[in-house]
Design a protein around this ligand. Structure first.
Ligand code: ZN
Length: 489
């Protein structure tokens, strides 16, 4: 028995004017054939889970191609056509009994708003209609019927931060093997809710998720798998929002009933999913009064949601408050370039950050002490959001102005690992207030050091204040935009 493995992973923020191209995929993941096994088999990613699950059953994994780029603007037309073509050809030419596809689910391409639906339809066409296709999705997927229809089963991560990716990959692989053996006949059902879950409310370990977590855990045959998709609010597409997906063994009615019951449970709790916004000044006051270490989460410059990572709002607030041991990471290749050739201990006049979009500026200008320069690569094998293990933040300069330490990267990477600091000679335990440009993903790494997490309403293309975003294509009604939205199964 041979099972093919493919991946296309991109979370696309349509509020960013720039597109994601071939270069960004090549910088992160552009893998063909056995390169996928070499790089991902031992990772905490669902691709690692695919290999592990197939291995357990003694089934041959046939890695075909895998593409991933960090969240950013939609994929440009040319790159998307190339990726789709490579996936299609690889699957069509492969001698396989089934296909496992790791798909993000919130991918948008230029001219193709439902890029995931397009890719899954294309994979179905490539493999034909007599062999199973099982897809895994990120919990932030914006799911359409077009994505679900081509698949025998669809499974999504259950956690945010995403720390169960490998487990979901293993479950998908096991389901695939049992399906090929004829032991299972999975069917999948989708229920769309008229609901957008604010990013600030998407931390699944929180109390307001408890009944939903329990319902998902209490899954019994013939129902095999239940999922609540959080959705990715930064995509102005028809399918943006929350859905429920269920998989059952050869029993569409059972899958449908389970999906409707879970959707009803989510809908009853809709008021819990309206964002609670904490402003910068209020967050600073709480952080300063806090005895432990506080992490300020920069929701408007959330790199894992596609933001550029050079916003200066929190750094400025920390400087103005004269905090004595603050820490911020800013992506600014121009500033790093200016520090090249200078020595540690030198004072340098700089304009730091705030260069990408007006909303992230203005830069912090003035004299900075250069503390050191680093190559910016590191490895972190622990379970972290995104299943990443090898990181490259590019040439990195560490600067200080008054009580604020700034780590300036020349490649935009999300704050998924505190290796960003330790690889540059910084002990995270030395800081009292740290800013992280994310909402929930950083917690998997920063919980080791920070006792308090404050989600701060900063401006940007990932603002948690969804009323600041102009939507033209989203479905209507959607609660809480339309507060009188009704839901009936
Ligand atoms: Zn996600």
């Amino acid at each position: 028995m041979r099972v093919g493995i493919v991946a296309l992973l991109h979370e696309s923020n349509t509020f960013i004017p720039e597109k994601t191209g071939r270069d960004q995929f090549q910088q992160d993941m552009w893998l063909l054939g056995d390169q996928i096994r070499e790089r991902m088999a031992t990772s905490n990613h669902e691709l690692g889970g695919f290999f592990a699950g197939l291995d357990t059953d003694g089934v041959e994994a046939v890695p075909l191609c895998a593409f991933r780029a960090y969240p950013y603007g939609p994929i440009d037309q040319e790159t998307f056509a190339e990726l789709k073509g490579l996936l299609f050809e690889a699957v069509r030419a492969a001698d396989i009994d089934g296909l496992l596809a790791a798909i993000h689910g919130a991918t948008v391409a230029e001219g193709t708003p439902d890029a995931d639906g397009e890719v899954l339809s294309c994979l179905r066409e490539a493999i034909g209609y007599d062999r199973p296709l099982i897809a895994t999705l990120d919990a932030h997927a914006n799911v359409s019927a077009k994505m679900v229809t081509p698949c025998d089963a669809v499974l999504a991560y259950k956690t945010n931060p995403h720390v169960d990716q490998r487990i979901i990959g293993e479950q998908a692989a096991e389901m695939m093997v049992r399906t090929i053996r004829g032991e299972l006949h999975p069917v999948v059902e989708l229920v769309e809710l008229p609901l957008v879950i604010n990013i600030e409310r998407q931390h699944t370990p929180d109390e307001h998720w408890k009944p939903i977590r329990e319902s998902i855990r209490q899954t019994t045959p013939p129902v095999l798998n239940k999922n609540v998709l959080l959705g990715f609010p930064y995509a102005d597409v028809r399918e943006m929002g929350c859905v429920v997906l269920t998989v059952a063994d050869n029993d569409r009615r059972a899958a449908r009933d389970a999906a409707e019951q879970l959707a009803e449970l989510v809908w009853q709790r809709r008021a819990d999913f309206v964002g609670q916004l904490c402003e910068i000044d209020d967050a600073l006051k709480i952080a300063i009064a806090d005895e432990g270490c506080t992490c300020l989460l920069d929701m408007g410059d959330n790199v894992g949601g596609g933001s550029p990572g050079d916003g200066t709002a929190l750094a400025k607030a920390l400087l103005e408050s004269q905090v004595d041991s603050g820490f911020v990471i800013i992506n600014d290749p121009q500033t790093v370039a200016v520090t090249e050739g200078k020595n540690a201990g030198e004072m340098i006049d700089l304009q730091v950050g705030g260069k990408s979009l007006d909303v992230y500026g203005p830069p912090i200008s003035g004299s900075f002490e250069l503390l050191g320069q680093y190559d910016g690569t590191f490895t972190d094998l622990r379970v972290r959001h995104g299943g990443f293990t090898h990181y490259d933040q590019g040439r990195t300069a560490v600067l200080r102005q008054h009580g604020l330490t700034l780590l300036i990267t020349s490649r935009r990477i999300p704050p998924f690992s505190t290796g960003q600091l330790t690889a540059c000679g910084l002990d995270p335990a030395q800081f009292r207030i740290m800013a992280a440009k994310g909402v929930h993903a950083p917690l998997a790494a920063y919980e080791e050091y920070c006792t308090t997490f404050l989600r701060v309403n900063t401006p940007g293309v990932t603002t948690a204040d969804l009323n600041q975003l102009e939507f033209h294509h989203r479905r209507r009604p959607l609660y809480p935009f339309e507060s009188d939205a009704q839901f009936t199964c």
